[in-house]
Design a protein around this ligand. Structure first.
Ligand code: CO
Length: 486
């Protein structure tokens, strides 16, 4: 490759690093002592917000997420701040109306967010268009995402086509998001080369070391001309997280693209984060730290694997782990080969468990019904037509093929009215949080300044009545209620 520009590292330790390795439990006060140092390292971006952090702030840490952003921004004003946004789902699991998506982005921009990394779990671009347009209007950087996955309907050509669509949509850059750590070095090179030929905007690669391939795939992508990669700082790196910054830089020793991040500063930060990691030991697991080659067999995210072990134990199904894992590709196929990323990873995982426990499709969880009805958007492949009929019968409604948010009425006025009625400030900040986390926001508002509560445990299953299943995957939590069919 003729490109001799040093590759840029974005740093994820304050978001994906602890989301992947410590269930998103790093507190703002644990970040504060080193934020200025992180700022001085001159990374391409600091990922500080979004993903599961907003949920975790309110649900577990009794923190206002916007206060966290203000604090971090103030302490690291030189480096662009980056957040992960789930398109029309914002940072939740279901679609929100356009006015709520727009307000959320405007609020985040007002608090200093610079780069919005925007994805849709199905790679349905209709679900990210409103977000991209709003970010552009706010004068900020819109990064469009290609969710990488493997299936018979996902080809390099499809991904390249998606890259062109993102550029046409006026995205400022493209992220190849390999949430499960499945991208191999050779595919990473092919994809980066292909995109570089097809689009002019910068390309970022984001992966996870879950299967042990990420550092090699980064190396290969860097060789193929990728503009930047996401790294973290150990111990909030490697395993289910991003490759460690020091490791990645060392791998590029004599490469013309080797960056020059301050080694002694990185070592100092590593020492500091070791201490934080120990403080969070109730949320860490040696299973997350190891290379998990199961993922190469079952093609499921590593975080899902470790959580399933706990989940199945609680259901008295620990012997069935392999059956559930084998069920996942089957469920994916019938649901149109949807990629496994929040929220679809939780949805497919839970349905696979239900299939194994009660028999295939004897129970359909509500989110699976919604996927079959088209309410999450267009699936990459067609869904099973018989299952769709079953879903239509269960929901007593026909499936749709429009953009899911087109079915939703604006909500901002109603949200503010609700806030006023419950005696809370009716600001835009509060309204967007209230839209996504009403109970948690209320609790936070009532307990402001109090110590955080202990995390809730998954709800145990009952018999003969609607059963609630709760999954916590890499810090993201989803509850699924299912009723037995006649
Ligand atoms: Co990630």
């Amino acid at each position: 490759m003729s490109n001799a520009t040093p590759v840029i590292f974005n740093n994820t330790v304050l978001r994906d690093g602890h989301q992947s390795l410590a269930a998103t439990r790093m507190r703002t006060e644990q970040m504060i002592p080193v934020v200025e140092k992180l700022d001085n390292l001159q990374f391409g971006a600091l990922e500080t917000w979004g993903g599961a952090t907003i949920d975790s702030c309110l649900r577990f840490l009794n923190e206002n997420p916007f206060d966290r952003l203000d604090t971090l921004k103030k302490l690291s004003p030189k480096t662009p701040h980056m957040m992960l946004l789930r398109g029309q789902n914002i940072v939740q699991y279901t679609s929100f109306p356009d006015d709520v998506v727009q307000a959320f982005i405007q609020c985040s921009a007002n608090h200093g967010m610079d780069i919005f990394r925007i994805f849709d779990a199905l790679n349905d671009v209709r679900n990210i268009r409103t977000a991209v347009e709003t970010v552009k209007k706010a004068g900020k950087h819109a990064q469009g995402v290609i969710c990488y996955t493997t299936s018979p309907v996902h080809t390099i050509d499809n991904f390249l086509e998606l890259g062109s669509e993102l550029e046409e949509m006026q995205c400022d850059s493209i992220c190849i998001k390999d949430m499960a750590g499945l991208i191999s070095p050779s595919v990473a090179a092919d994809l980066v080369k292909g995109l570089k030929e097809k689009v002019r905007i910068p390309i970022v690669l984001h992966s996870h070391s879950t299967a042990g391939m990420a550092a090699a795939s980064y190396y290969s992508a860097i060789d193929a001309g990728v503009d930047s990669v996401d790294t973290s700082i150990a111990p909030f790196a490697n395993g289910t997280g991003q490759p460690d910054t020091l490791l990645m830089q060392s791998m590029l020793e004599t490469s013309t693209r080797k960056p020059n991040y301050d080694l002694s500063m990185l070592a100092e930060l590593g020492d500091y984060f070791k201490g934080v990691y120990e403080q969070l030991d109730q949320f860490t697991s040696t299973k997350n730290e190891k290379v998990d080659s199961d993922i190469l067999v079952y093609q499921v995210p590593g975080g899902m694997m470790s959580n399933f072990r706990n989940q199945l134990k609680e259901q008295g199904m620990e012997e069935r782990l392999t059956d559930v894992m084998k069920e996942i590709p089957y469920v994916r196929e019938r649901l149109g080969w949807i990629p496994l990323v929040t929220p679809t990873s939780q949805i497919v995982g839970t349905q696979s468990m239900l299939n194994v426990k009660f028999g295939r499709w004897k129970m359909l969880s509500q989110p699976v019904v919604d996927i079959l009805l088209g309410k999450y958007g267009k699936t990459p492949g067609p869904v099973d037509p018989e299952l769709r009929k079953q879903a239509e019968a269960q929901a007593k409604q026909a499936s749709v093929d429009c953009r899911p948010a087109d079915l939703l009425e604006p909500r901002m006025d109603a949200l503010k009215k609700e806030l006023k009625e419950s005696g809370m400030p009716a600001s835009d900040d509060m309204a967007v949080l209230h839209a996504m986390f009403p109970q948690e926001l209320k609790k936070h508002h009532a307990n402001k300044g109090q110590p955080a509560e202990e995390p809730r445990k998954p709800v145990a299953a009952g018999k003969g009545k609607p059963t609630q299943y709760a999954l916590t995957l890499q810090g993201s939590r989803v509850e699924v209620t299912v009723e037995e069919l006649n």
